[in-house]
Design a protein around this ligand. Structure first.
Ligand code: C5P
Length: 313
């Protein structure tokens, strides 16, 4: 506002908001382990409609992060400066010299520690928000490089594309044609699976890694029936045997897909777990085998667009 009370349209925007949409991996292969300990990946990322509301304000004096929502575990989200959304703002400020201060507000809906990329989606949303109101926005490749320094899921979750093939450590991305929206059911367990542990279990299960030759055909990625034939997650082999509730849920939903003969049905572990997801046009009303502990069932759908960043002063 100017002193006359008339909004000053030339003033830069200081607030940006968006929805940090979760992701699932429609296939996920863990390839060779690098000397650094990281693993090469090959994955098809897909955004969901389910997301956290993220607001970033820069007309403030201090740095703060406020997260709310009943998906937050009783122990909280841990120290604020270890939160990926905070680290994203810090990385942006370090790379560009702006901003000095921020207030990040996150209304969480994505289950925490479930393999749905919630923390990474928040980080991606903070990067997109800051870039939208920055006096000197970064070009896309520089923003994605910053995102890659924060984790394997963050580059995809900093992009405006709802579906992409990802490889390398997740920082090499090829957007693929948007797929029609499909209903998704999530079985969200009251426990998480540690991602570093899951990679370690895979390493222990494989003394060496010899990749099978594979050709990924782009036109196979444009149809749900063809993606259903490619659906796979390497983590299931080491995660499902350790968590009976995950194995039971995967079995039940795969039997459902077989029973109804759904050629587009997909039931997979989300990332390294613990969430299990089902894509099916005829969704069962409940889990009959009652896995223990029982999951919270969340219904959403795949996204056909990434929610834009809205800016205001
Ligand atoms: O990327 P994110 O922060 O989720 O990774 C958590 C941990 O998982 C890493 O510290 C590493 O131990 C392991 N990881 C890996 N290879 C990747 C991604 C993650 O070994 N491509």
């Amino acid at each position: 506002m100017t002193t006359s009370g008339v909004p000053d349209r030339t003033a830069p925007a200081t607030t940006a908001r968006t929805v940090a949409q979760a992701k699932i991996n429609l296939f996920l292969r863990v390839l060779a382990r690098e000397a650094s300990g990281y693993h090469q990946l090959e994955t098809l990322f897909c955004r969901l409609e389910l997301g956290d509301d993220v607001v970033v304000r820069t007309d403030v004096r201090n740095r703060s992060l406020d997260a709310s929502g009943d998906v937050i575990p009783p122990a909280g989200l841990g120290p604020v400066d270890r939160n990926l959304a905070w680290r994203a703002a810090e990385a942006f400020a370090k790379a560009t010299g702006w901003p000095n201060a921020w207030a990040i507000e996150i209304r969480k809906r994505i289950p925490v520690g479930g393999g749905l990329g919630g923390g990474s989606a928040d980080a991606g949303a903070v990067l997109r928000c800051l870039n939208a109101i920055s006096p000197a926005p970064l070009p896309t490749h520089a923003l994605l490089a910053l995102a890659a320094s924060l984790g394997a899921d963050v580059p995809f979750l900093s992009m405006d594309e709802p579906v992409a093939l990802g490889w390398g450590r997740g920082e090499r991305l090829l957007p693929v044609p948007v797929l029609p929206a499909r209903a998704v059911v999530l079985a969200c367990f009251p426990f998480g699976v540690s991602t570093p542990d899951a990679y370690r279990w895979l390493d222990d299960a494989r003394d060496s890694f010899s990749p099978e030759a594979a050709v990924l055909e782009l036109d196979r990625l444009g149809s749900w029936a063809r993606i259903a034939q490619l659906a796979h997650n390497d983590f299931e082999a080491v995660v499902a045997p350790r968590f009976a509730a995950i194995a039971t849920t995967l079995n039940e939903w795969r039997s459902h897909i077989d029973r109804i003969g759904d050629p587009e049905g997909i039931a997979l572990l989300a990332g390294s777990g613990a969430t299990v997801f089902l894509l099916s046009d005829r969704v069962p009303s409940a889990l009959h085998d009652a896995p223990e502990p029982s999951p919270r069932i969340v219904r959403t759908s795949t996204a056909t667009r990434v929610v834009a960043v809205e800016v205001s002063d």
